[in-house]
Design a protein around this ligand. Structure first.
Ligand code: F3S
Length: 284
């Protein structure tokens, strides 16, 4: 039996940094209530563990307005400028775990807006990362995710435009939408701000799935990047299983196989991945 664990399985750099930030704050034991602005990651196991350690998740700005003190941790997706201003106004300590790649987009957008460019974000308007980026353009950004939306953008000819992307947006789709915008005769700056972590994880997962008799994808059922990973693996290997934890894995399901591949979504903790890997190894 050969088990191949994907090198890119589990937390990306930004998520790992954010999760560690939370646990470091808990260890400091400052006596202050710790909050996270939104769930730190899409993983019920981790969130439950944090709740057991006394951490409270603030759902939105309204929740934030209700608190008077404590420490608020900003997750890797980042937030708008207004949230930092609100925290400062209330005198609440802010621990910023925004991924540096997302921070870079905030900087670009604020500078280019200041320089008089219209901002176009290629991404999902409802995603918290994109909501945060819009805030750095003073709420005046166009968000597009389809060729139709790109086609309907309408500025005067030669308008100065800056295009950025949500970090997890699909690269080929990004290129397609940029091409549509290029035809519009604007004065365009394109900044490809897509993070390579998602692409690398998907490429490796596909390669391992193609080479394995069975494939295990570990991640929260609500995690969209794990769902996508499962789809990719299933297409490459029919014998693919989507599990949240070891409990979901029925080893006899795998059948008589000699090679098993394992990968995990960006919000799956290392201990869950190792537990699955060790169990598969012991039982075959
Ligand atoms: Fe950061 Fe890329 Fe992860 S932007 S949060 S390292 S997917």
């Amino acid at each position: 039996m050969k088990i191949t664990l994907a090198k890119t399985a589990g937390f990306c750099f930004g998520v790992e940094r954010a999760v560690n930030t939370v646990y470091k704050q808990v260890d400091k034991d400052s006596g202050c209530q710790i909050y996270t602005y939104g769930p730190i990651i899409h993983n019920q196991e981790v969130i439950k563990d944090m709740e057991n350690k006394g951490i409270i998740v603030l759902t939105d700005e309204e929740d934030l307005k209700q608190i008077e003190n404590g420490i608020v941790i900003i997750r890797s997706h980042g937030v708008s400028k207004q949230i930092y201003e609100l925290l400062a106004k209330k005198g609440i300590e802010c621990v910023d775990a925004t991924c540096p790649y997302v921070k870079k987009i905030h900087r670009i957008v604020a500078e280019q807006k200041e320089a008089g460019r219209k901002i176009i974000i290629i991404g999902n308007a409802a995603h918290p990362e994109v909501e945060g980026i819009i805030g750095w353009a003073d709420g005046e950004a166009s968000v597009i995710s389809s060729p139709e939306e790109a086609g309907s953008i309408c500025f005067p000819e030669n308008e100065k435009v800056c295009i950025v992307a949500q970090t997890t947006f699909n690269y080929n789709k990004f290129e397609e939408l940029v091409e549509i915008l290029r035809e519009k005769r604007y004065d365009i700056i394109v900044l490809n701000t897509i993070c390579s972590a998602t692409k690398a994880r998907q490429t490796e997962a596909k390669r391992i799935a193609e080479e394995s008799d069975a494939m295990i994808v570990i991640g929260d059922k609500h995690s969209s990047n794990t769902q996508k990973l499962f789809e990719i693996c299933k297409n490459a290997c029919k014998n693919t299983y989507y599990i949240q934890t070891l409990e979901d894995l029925e080893l006899n399901q795998l059948g008589s196989v000699t090679t098993v591949g394992i990968t995990a979504g960006a919000s799956t903790p290392k201990n869950i991945i190792e537990e699955v890997q060790n169990n598969v190894r012991i039982n075959f």
